[in-house]
Design a protein around this ligand. Structure first.
Ligand SMILES: Nc1ncnc2c1ncn2[C@@H]1O[C@H](COP(=O)(O)OP(=O)(O)O)[C@@H](O)[C@H]1O
Ligand SMILES: [Mg+2]
Length: 382
């Protein structure tokens, strides 16, 4: 594919209509690009801020037909037809590549990739069917987590079992035959590295972010996790190796578990901007979305310099449980920024928006972010 950079005025295609596409589209349009969103729905979060919306599931035919209008195609989530993306790649640059998508859209393939690269993961086995899963739980040693290989996000398609005998009871809730069985890790901390890789192999990263989850969904991210410097360096080195091993182009994220003995394990890889990187919009010189734009357009990566310690708290559907939140509260903190994604149905667990707070230090930023959410939704307990 052409190595010439893609410049303002060109049209970028985004597969997927969610909030990650919305924030990429906003960044791209601000810099003078045109944005086409390809996803079912006429008023999706990304579609609301796009120049053009193609209201359809991406198929090989649709993407071949659109190729002439677009300079580059990227994606904001992984649950896509890899065949459609491969068909598109015959006609225009697709970044990250269909190969990167195929590897990361399936937990079993992703874990196999990590193992081949010699990168640390929790002990796991990829198996098919409930009986094989029970046998794997027995071999790995309970407690274990069973995760569907495809189509999982925010803890969906997952179940924890305390013995192999429990597998039969939880099996229907997994909703898939192909699964990964993983040892349950006694977590001291969860962290992530949001990074970017350019067309030329250049690398940039936003440091190590601490992530706290609630019901398996990210709740709070705070910049610059307090780890011993060697662990931080190792996390960044692993993130770099993951990007190089995938030949990734764009912003991507590596999620880690840290156990009580200080051992890092890769949990999963996202070949796109990540919820834990939203704090880079206000907190870094180049946001993860501006970085994605630069990378997929073949431009030099931007500075990832941290402007201030930052924290981000998610606003899930439960924030609306007592009615419309008192939004004025979100603006009382002069260093807070409210993001709402334009979703009209606040279902439980649905990511509706987030708030970023910049602070003098990371603890203070984290505390203020949680306080703000508490004022919006006192009934939400983190
Ligand atoms: N093997 C495990 N040990 C301990 N906690 C886990 C394990 N797997 C998942 N979790 C918890 O569930 C969360 C979501 O799981 P993850 O595999 O990242 O799926 P998703 O694709 O839904 O983000 C993790 O961030 C972690 O808090
Ligand atoms: Mg995850």
């Amino acid at each position: 594919m052409s190595a010439a950079p893609i410049l303002p005025g060109a049209a970028i295609g985004i597969l997927g209509g969610g909030q990650l596409g919305r924030m990429l589209a906003a960044a791209a349009r601000r810099s003078g690009y045109r944005v086409h969103v390809i996803a079912p729905g006429t008023a999706t979060p990304a579609g609301q801020v796009a120049d053009e919306v193609h209201d359809a599931e991406p198929s090989p035919e649709l993407l071949r037909g659109l190729a002439g209008e677009l300079s580059v195609l990227t994606y904001e989530f992984e649950n896509l037809s890899a065949a459609a993306v491969e068909a598109a790649a015959e006609h225009l640059p697709v970044r990250p590549s269909p190969h990167t998508l195929r590897t990361t859209q399936d937990r079993a393939r992703e874990k196999a990739f990590l193992r081949e690269q010699g990168l640390p993961t929790a002990p796991f086995e990829a198996v098919t069917g409930g009986e094989a899963a029970a046998a794997a739980v027995q071999r790995i040693g309970p407690p274990a987590v069973i995760k569907s290989a495809g189509l999982g996000y925010d803890g969906k398609g997952q179940a924890r079992v305390d013995s192999a005998d429990e597998v039969a009871a939880v099996w229907p809730s997994i909703g898939a035959e192909a699964v990964v069985v993983e040892a349950c890790i006694d977590l001291a901390m969860e962290v992530s590295v949001v990074a970017a890789r350019g067309v030329d192999g250049s690398f940039a990263h936003y440091g190590v972010t601490e992530n706290r989850h609630r019901d398996h969904i990210l709740d709070l991210s705070v910049s610059d996790a307090e780890l011993d410097p060697r662990t931080s360096e190792e996390a960044v080195a692993i993130a770099r190796a993951v990007g190089a091993g995938l030949d990734a182009v764009g912003t991507y994220c590596v999620e880690f578990f840290l156990d009580g003995s200080g051992r890092l394990m890769v949990n999963e890889v996202a070949p796109r901007p990540h919820n834990s990187g939203h704090l880079t919009i206000e907190g870094a010189a180049t946001s993860q979305f501006d970085q994605q734009l630069r990378a997929v357009c073949g431009l030099p990566l931007g500075s990832t310099r941290r402007l201030a310690p930052a924290a981000m708290v998610n606003l899930l559907g439960d924030v609306w449980d007592a009615g419309t939140p008192p939004w004025a509260e979100a603006f009382r903190d002069p260093a807070a920024t409210l993001h709402l994604y334009g979703k009209d149905a606040p279902r439980p667990g649905r990511k509706m928006g987030h708030i970023t707070v910049l602070g003098d230090d990371r603890q203070e930023a984290g505390r203020r972010a949680l306080e703000l959410r508490n004022r919006l939704a006192p009934h939400v307990v983190s």
